[in-house]
Write a protein that binds this ligand. Structure first.
Ligand code: GTP
Ligand code: MG
Length: 327
């Protein structure tokens, strides 16, 4: 089956890229289009689909659907691997420094590549500043690196990047040239921009090491108001997070998203705020950090979710030149 898939790929003359839906046996241009319209965008979607689903959406016979699923599964090389394989794969994981030693330590060395890190917190808690700082530190750590900034609130500030770049010993103009910024005007636009990151890498050959989405949820929150629209909003957010997770893991990119909080009216004890986006965002984020304002202008970061790190807190300050520890 795998041989068949490879053969078909050769015929399609696809240059060294991952097999796509069109490379599956029995899938021509028309079927591929039907599948894409129905939301089956990659081999994974086919590999985990049922025969009935595919018959219905693509109008193919059961036998063809079965062949497609099997070929997709073979093409995906799904299945188990050893812990050693996973360890080997994790060797390429890099950590992007925040500039604050205690913040880095809290994160196990910095913000991880190949994962999504979410910061949520009230206005002015430092979410956007962290996005700017991560851009600069990404560029500092790798001279070929490019950072992508998807700006939904018009808060990206080139002047701020210049100042931080100076603080990090980089050429401010060079730093700005290596940050690709896009303003997202609504949630659909935001989702499209996230999908376009892939082509920056594969078509334009950019060495994207960081993708910032600031803020992840503001458009979704503004556009879907009221209970009736909640499930549609969550579905779209889910798809968006999926896109970001895929970019992160397939290209070993650090994905940083910011999230707002809303008042939780039924909470009497503890923190009366909760992150927007609910379980969808929470589950799709590998690392979650709650940011709040601390004493004397400091900021407190609390790690509340991480795969292999203890929960904890740290205190830092936002300075002109970057972040700094506060004892
Ligand atoms: P919202 O997007 O409104 O939810 O807030 P946010 O969490 O993104 O906050 P943001 O990162 O914009 O933090 C703003 C705070 O960072 C300001 O109140 C300042 O304390 C600090 N800050 C921003 N720019 C500078 C700067 O150039 N120098 C210094 N020292 N501090 C700055
Ligand atoms: Mg902000």
């Amino acid at each position: 089956m795998e041989a068949k898939l490879e053969l078909k790929m050769e015929k399609n003359n696809t240059k060294a890229k991952q097999p796509s839906i069109q490379d599956l046996p029995g899938v021509g241009a028309a079927t591929a289009e039907k599948l894409e319209l129905a939301g089956y965008r990659d081999l994974m979607a086919i590999a985990v689909a049922t025969i009935g689903e595919l018959c219905e959406t693509a109008g193919v016979s059961e036998a063809v659907a079965r062949k497609m699923i099997n070929a997709a599964r073979d093409g995906m090389k799904m299945g188990f691997e050893t812990g050693t394989d996973v360890l080997k794969r994790r060797e390429i994981v890099a950590k992007i420094s925040t500039g604050s030693a205690t913040f880095d330590a809290l994160m196990g060395g910095g913000f991880e590549t190949g994962a999504i890190t979410e910061c949520f917190g009230e206005f002015g808690s430092g979410k956007t500043q962290i996005g700017h700082i991560l851009c600069v530190n990404t560029l500092k750590e790798d001279p070929d690196a490019v950072a992508v900034y998807i700006d939904t609130e018009n808060t990206f500030r080139p002047e701020r990047i210049q100042r931080l770049a100076e603080g990090a010993g980089l050429n401010p103009e060079d730093a700005l040239n290596r940050i690709m910024v896009a303003r997202a005007y609504n949630s659909d636009h935001q989702m499209l921009l996230a999908e376009k990151v892939e082509s920056l890498i594969t078509e334009q050959g950019k060495n994207v090491r960081l993708v910032v989405v600031d803020s992840l949820t503001s458009h979704f929150r503004a556009e879907f108001i009221g209970r009736g629209t909640l499930s549609e909003r969550q579905q779209k957010l889910n798809r968006h997070m999926h896109t970001l997770a895929k970019i992160g893991s397939s290209h070993n990119i650090c994905v940083y998203v910011t999230n707002q909080v809303m008042a939780k009216p039924d909470q009497f004890f503890g923190d009366p705020t909760v992150a927007i986006g609910g379980h969808i965002v929470a589950h799709a984020s590998t690392f979650r950090i709650y940011l709040r304002k601390g004493k004397k202008g400091s900021r407190v970061a609390k790690l509340i979710d991480a795969p292999a790190l203890p929960d904890g807190e740290c205190c830092f300050e936002v300075l002109d030149i970057g972040l700094q520890d506060v004892n």
